[in-house]
Write a protein that binds this ligand. Structure first.
Ligand code: ASP
Length: 362
């Protein structure tokens, strides 16, 4: 008996000794959407509101990592902050479909196990990212859609809300403008279905439907913006995770689903390479299998995270006309945040205390 205990003790000590500690590498990266976000169409109050929202998301996610939580838990915590804010096109701030509904998509992937979960076209789940995690952890499936996903979330005890919870005046006005123009637009109002630059600006600075001090006036609805939110993280156990959550596309029809819940397109994580979350024109990201392509370039061609992410976002996507960007992290805590649009809400925090929140190109 004594011999057995000793053997077990030695085995355990050996395993512990070999299990690398990544505490000095923990990293969290977030995005709150890309698009024509320029200084010209951003008031100081609005910029402050967005920066505060991003800052809180970084803080909440990082706290989880610091306390020894997993990368999946950190991703969930950071995304909850953005889903609960009306500023971002996810959860509370989700955009409207052509029928005047809010239909949300979300996905999560764990780099260690390559397990993944996603929900699509859900209308009553307060935090779709949590539903995606429940699909990953508590079902044998990877993706659930519509009513079935909502039923599953309810059975798993997730918070269900009346669809009216997702109403925000600014987003509804954006839908009305889009419908008036008989246009399909991505996220908020876009002028360019055919690739033109800039927005119609009809909802431009100073023309907000609400009074300047109301929260609704802080919601960015000018020009083209992809408002999806996402988070990628590396935890102290060396495990990567990626999560993305979105309301999709203003005025979307026919049950349109974007890239966010498609594993490999808008969301992907693999401990052997990286974790990626995307924002942009979903159809292009699906066709280019963006998130997995970045991982594949690292795995098959030995590219660095930065080179792989740049190759896909700044070359391949640009050549194909796909606008947007990604956030990505690898197992060494390297961060990449390339985007080919005019701006992307983004930020990261690292264990060495380095922390940045950025919006514009420069
Ligand atoms: N990628 C999202 C979609 O196509 C849009 C976004 O990033 O805001 O649904």
């Amino acid at each position: 008996m004594k011999k057995l205990s000793l053997t077990l003790l030695i085995t355990f000590s050996c395993i512990s000794a070999f299990a690398q500690d990544y505490s000095d590498k923990i990293t969290l990266v977030i995005h709150g959407g890309a698009g024509t976000i320029t200084r010209a169409n951003m008031s100081p109050e609005r910029e402050k509101a967005y920066r505060e929202g991003l800052d809180l998301a970084l803080q909440k996610g990082y706290e989880v990592l610091k306390k020894g939580g997993t990368s999946v838990q950190a991703v969930e915590a950071a995304i909850h902050v953005m889903e609960d804010s009306p500023l971002f096109n996810a959860g509370k701030g989700a955009v409207f479909t052509n029928e005047g509904k809010n239909e949300m998509d979300a996905a999560i992937m764990e780099g260690k196990t390559l397990k993944a979960g996603a929900v699509a076209g859900v209308t009553t789940i307060k935090n779709p990212i949590s539903a995606a995690i429940a699909v990953m952890d508590q079902s044998v499936h990877v993706m659930m859609a519509g009513k079935g996903a909502e039923q599953f979330a309810k059975e798993k005890g997730l918070q269900i809300v009346d669809p009216s919870y997702f109403y925000t005046e600014a987003r509804y006005k954006a839908l009305e403008r889009a419908k008036a123009q008989e246009k399909t637009e991505l996220d908020h109002n876009a002028k360019e279905e055919n690739g033109g630059k800039g927005g119609t600006e009809e909802g431009g600075k100073g023309k907000s439907p609400s009074s300047p001090s109301s929260p609704s006036s802080l919601i960015f609805t000018e020009g083209k913006k992809f408002g999806t939110v996402g988070c990628v993280a590396l935890d102290k156990y060396g495990n990567l995770a990626a999560g993305t959550s979105t309301g999709g596309m203003t005025n979307k029809r026919y049950g349109r689903i974007g890239d966010a819940p498609i594993i490999g397109a808008g969301t992907y994580a693999n401990n052997a390479t990286c974790a990626v979350s995307a924002t942009g024109h979903g159809e292009y990201f699906i066709r280019s299998v963006v998130a997995h392509d970045i991982s594949a370039l690292m795995e098959y061609k030995g590219l660095s995270l930065a080179d792989a992410a740049n190759e896909v976002v700044m070359k391949k996507l640009v050549e194909r006309g796909g606008e947007g960007g990604v956030i990505a992290v690898d197992r060494n805590g390297n961060v990449a945040m390339p985007f080919n649009s005019e701006g992307m809400y983004r930020g990261y925090i690292k264990s060495d205390g380095k922390r940045e929140i950025l919006i514009y190109k420069d």
